[in-house]
Design a protein around this ligand. Structure first.
Ligand SMILES: Cc1cc2nc3c(=O)[nH]c(=O)nc-3n(C[C@H](O)[C@H](O)[C@H](O)COP(=O)(O)OP(=O)(O)OC[C@H]3O[C@@H](n4cnc5c(N)ncnc54)[C@H](O)[C@@H]3O)c2cc1C
Length: 287
């Protein structure tokens, strides 16, 4: 375990941030993680898990507790398309490997999805209407309060739009996930080619993807942000993209204060004009 580690690069907004305590999960060092967690629990300090940082805004200067960075990688494709994956594995790389090395194109849409498999399961990431949740058969979890390791089935995770039961359990650290890839499970089909679609509609630079959840299938967060005049609007180094209004961006200089002020501004304006409360899809981590 290290102390006072710079973690600015761990969130894709790259706001200046450090961790009072820091440890990296590499897949085979569970005992080290357990010991670090026990020490932090005894000091009654908080614990933050971060992997790709593609869905996390670090809204602090120094995190007062322990940051567990998940750098574990690897997968095993077994009989009958049963897949086991370490939680820090890049989902984009995995989707490519499944298609190119194993002839399985079920997760073609996840090519271009930044971040880890654990992060994707945590928030039930999806591209068009292909979500990761329906493929989960079981999740191996380290309970950071008790130090126990146990499994949960996919059914009890209550996967829904950008939601899993993990969000109710900040004490759960996802170690690995098992998936059943024997058949395609998607809500609606789409002909869009994921990488070309992303190039066409999404800005490239420092963002965490779509910032707010869409209030409904008919009403997108981006259209509401545009309607209240914030598309392309800059606040210090933070701005909503001209290309996609629901992409909250940093020009490389944005502080977490500028980003969160712009978020609040968008929420207030949308609430005033449309009586709709925009809910972040990106996790804003405060201390
Ligand atoms: C350009 C861009 C495009 C995007 N497009 C999409 C898209 O089309 N669809 C979509 O759904 N998302 C999209 N995203 C968001 C992002 O790719 C996903 O949310 C991704 O799954 C996040 O993974 P991560 O490893 O970066 O998560 P992180 O940001 O590291 O973590 C996200 C959350 O998961 C928790 N977490 C992570 N790992 C674990 C673990 N092992 N155990 C317990 N908790 C954990 C963290 O504590 C945090 O709360 C996009 C992001 C970007 C930057």
């Amino acid at each position: 375990m290290k102390q006072h580690v710079d973690i600015s690069h761990l969130s894709w907004y790259q706001t200046p941030a450090s961790a009072r305590y820091f440890v990296s999960f590499e897949g085979d060092n569970i005992e080290e993680i357990r010991a670090a967690v026990k020490f932090i629990q005894e000091m009654k300090l908080p614990i933050l898990t971060i992997a790709g940082g593609r869905n996390s805004l670090l809204a602090f200067d120094e995190y007062s507790g322990l940051v567990i960075y998940n750098s574990s990688e690897g997968y095993n494709l077994g009989f009958d398309r049963q897949l086991s994956v370490l939680s820090g594995q890049s989902i984009w790389d995995l989707a490519e490997a499944l298609e190119n090395d194993h002839g399985i194109d079920l997760w073609h849409r996840f090519q271009g999805l930044p971040g880890s498999v654990g992060g994707a399961v945590f928030g039930n990431a999806g591209c068009f209407w292909l979500e990761i949740g329906p493929y989960v058969t079981s999740i191996q979890i380290l309970d950071m309060q008790t130090g126990e390791i146990f499994s949960k089935t996919g059914e009890v995770m209550n996967f829904a739009y950008r939601w899993s039961e993990c969000k109710n359990h900040p004490e759960w650290f996802i170690l690995s996930i098992d998936f059943d890839l024997s058949e395609l499970r998607e809500k609606y089909a789409s002909e869009e080619e994921p990488l070309l679609w992303r190039e066409r509609v999404q800005p490239v630079w420092l963002s965490c993807g779509s910032f707010f959840k869409n209030p409904s299938r008919e009403q997108s967060a981006g259209s509401l942000i545009e309607a209240v005049g914030l598309k392309g609007y800059h606040h210090g180094g933070a701005y909503f993209s001209e290309k996609h209004a629901n992409f909250l961006m940093s020009d490389g200089t944005a502080t977490w204060q500028e980003l969160t002020e712009l978020i609040t501004m968008a929420q207030e304006k949308v609430r005033e004009q449309f009586q709709i409360q925009l809910e972040p899809e990106v996790r804003i981590i405060r201390i």
